[in-house]
Design a protein around this ligand. Structure first.
Ligand code: NAD
Length: 295
């Protein structure tokens, strides 16, 4: 694989990853259906192309940063239908950083392998700030051969590159991680509301938690950066968090793993209980001044 990279989906995460690839010396093209995202890409040295197929045609390494597995399947099948991922095309490697589904990744990876192309499930953690800085954590599922082929691009985008196992393993690891994030949000909120109701302010309680054993990324990073300053702009939407919780529960059902806490967490994140819309930043869930847990 050469130095031509393409990024399909130039949203909160995809734009930052594309910018990191530009900084690392890749020639980068991209596509997003949003004209604003295309304009922003152009200004950052990313060539905005007219269709996702154009991006697949123009690059050897293609990064996907799409909302759901259905979008990923749509983009790949359109590229295959256009004859861009056939056996007569030089090998391409697709790095799917979307939080997607293990079953879908396994299916796509097997279909593309038959034609000599690689598909890695490569979901990420670190938010838009991590994407922009090239400091993501990426969890990979797929063959070593394709991990090696993707490595220069992965190194441009991520500080931690974790090859978890075969195709689908990256998706599993990401869903397990985000299930914990969703749980930490509601349990940390519950703890802070108890502290406040009992006469200890949220800030004081967090100072203690972060010097003690109750801490997590939510208490150490998210509360100080986005909840206590009341900016609520982490760049991750409530809708995407709901997707992750749903996918984790579906995964649990598919393997027969009981998840009583996840079931409750999913209920607490629902719009009817939390009052949050899909477009709201997920940090609103942690607002200690609002009782979102007992509605
Ligand atoms: P986003 O909504 O900001 O960006 C998604 C982009 O995809 C949008 O710009 C949208 O216009 C574009 N898009 C939709 N359909 C498309 C298509 N067919 N072709 C090309 N582009 C298309 O979402 P995001 O926050 O950047 O998340 C992207 C993925 O990364 C999701 O799967 C999400 O779960 C995951 N993720 C997000 C974060 C975060 O903190 N935001 C962190 C880790 C993982």
């Amino acid at each position: 694989t050469g130095k031509r990279a393409g990024v399909i989906g130039l949203g909160a995460m995809g734009f930052g990853m594309a910018s990191s690839l530009v900084r690392a010396g890749f020639e980068v093209s991209g596509f997003d259906p949003s004209p604003a995202a295309q304009d922003r890409a152009h200004e950052a040295g990313i060539a905005p192309l007219a269709t996702p197929e154009d991006v697949v045609a123009a690059a050897e390494v293609i990064v996907l940063s799409l909302p759901t597995a259905a979008h990923v399947e749509g983009v790949i099948s359109a590229a295959r239908d256009a004859g861009l991922l056939g056996a007569d095309t030089a090998a391409k490697v697709i790095i799917d950083t979307s939080t997607s589904e293990a079953e879908v990744s396994r299916k796509l990876s097997a279909a593309l392998a038959e034609e000599g192309h690689g598909f890695l499930d490569a979901p990420v953690s670190g938010g838009p700030a991590g994407a922009a800085a090239g400091q993501l954590s990426v969890m990979l599922g797929g063959d070593e051969k394709w991990v090696t082929a993707a490595m220069p691009a992965l190194e441009a985008m991520a500080a931690k590159i974790l090859h978890v196992g075969p195709s689908g393993a990256g998706n599993v690891a990401k869903l397990v991680n985000n299930m914990l994030v969703a749980s930490h949000m509601v349990t940390t909120l519950e703890a802070l509301r108890l502290a406040e109701a009992s006469g200890v302010g949220a800030e004081d309680a967090l100072r203690v938690i972060n010097s003690a054993t109750g801490r997590s990324a939510i208490s150490e990073i998210h509360y100080p950066n986005w909840v206590l300053p009341r900016s609520f702009d982490s760049g991750f939407s409530t809708g995407l968090m709901r997707k992750d919780v749903r996918l984790a529960r579906e995964l649990a059902q598919s393997v027969g793993c009981a998840m009583p806490v996840a079931d409750l967490v999913a209920d607490l994140w629902a719009e009817e209980t939390s009052g949050l819309k899909d477009a709201d930043d997920f940090m609103h869930m942690g607002d200690p001044t609002v009782d979102r847990l007992s509605q």
